[in-house]
Design a protein around this ligand. Structure first.
Ligand SMILES: C[S@@+](CC[C@H](N)C(=O)[O-])C[C@H]1O[C@@H](n2cnc3c(N)ncnc32)[C@H](O)[C@@H]1O
Length: 210
């Protein structure tokens, strides 16, 4: 991260990891770093995948694509690693197309020329207090960075149950060249969405394209 860049995420570490999770972080994670990505294969990126339920779903649905997830919260990364490996710590066959960047996605994007067919951002941290607004990830500068990394027909799919943040993101998108559509998508179930659905309104989705 550039020195003065503002952090868009909360904790990097939560409850203590299990011995198995630490082993997976030491051995499996380095082996699935998103390096040497093919230029001719379809690439999909999910930003802030949490514990990775949706990332795993895309990976199973699209076995011919490489699915890259970026997430700085190490407990989430460890949960995903547990879910995609078998008892001998090998990646399960249906998840061989997953790559993980365990840090701030902006660092990943600034160091790759890769272009993505889809970029998913589901339930980005809303930072609801006015004094935290500068922590919001989906500002115009970040959307412009994403736009550079879209294939010609590529799309950014954003979903949030925080309607004020949704409107804020839409306004940020208007400061970019991106075209905005509001699709009528069925609710995409993620851990965050399941945990919060009793207290928050249903998610709204937005698709941005060049
Ligand atoms: C509210 S959680 C939602 C997680 C998941 N998408 C879900 O719906 O269950 C937002 C996630 O975005 C991650 N995040 C925040 N800033 C990020 C960044 N700059 N790069 C990658 N992930 C980020 C956080 O660590 C957190 O796990």
């Amino acid at each position: 991260m550039e020195k003065q860049e503002i952090r868009t995420f909360g904790r990097r570490h939560g409850k203590k990891l299990s011995a198995r999770q630490n082993t997976l972080l030491d051995t499996v994670l380095p082996a699935i770093a998103p390096i040497n990505l093919p230029t001719n294969a379809g690439l999909i990126l999910e930003i802030g995948f949490g514990a990775g339920e949706h990332l795993r779903e895309i990976s199973r649905q699209k076995p011919d694509k490489i699915v890259i997830g970026a997430e700085p919260f190490m407990n989430g990364v460890a949960s995903l690693l547990s879910a995609i490996t078998d008892e001998s710590n090998s990646i399960r066959s249906e998840y061989k197309n997953i790559r993980i960047f365990p840090d701030d996605v902006r660092d990943f994007l600034r160091n790759t020329d890769s272009k993505f067919e889809q970029i998913w951002v589901l339930h980005p941290d809303p930072w609801p207090k006015a004094r935290h607004e500068k922590r919001r990830l989906l500002n115009a500068d970040f959307l412009k960075l994403l736009a550079i990394h879209l294939t010609a027909k590529g799309e950014i799919i954003i979903g949030t149950d925080h309607w004020e943040y949704f409107d804020w993101i839409e306004n940020q998108a208007k400061e970019t060249e991106l075209n905005i559509t509001i699709p009528d998508l069925q609710t995409i179930h993620t851990r965050y969405q399941e945990k919060n659905k009793a207290e928050t309104p249903s998610p709204k989705y937005m698709i941005l394209k060049n």
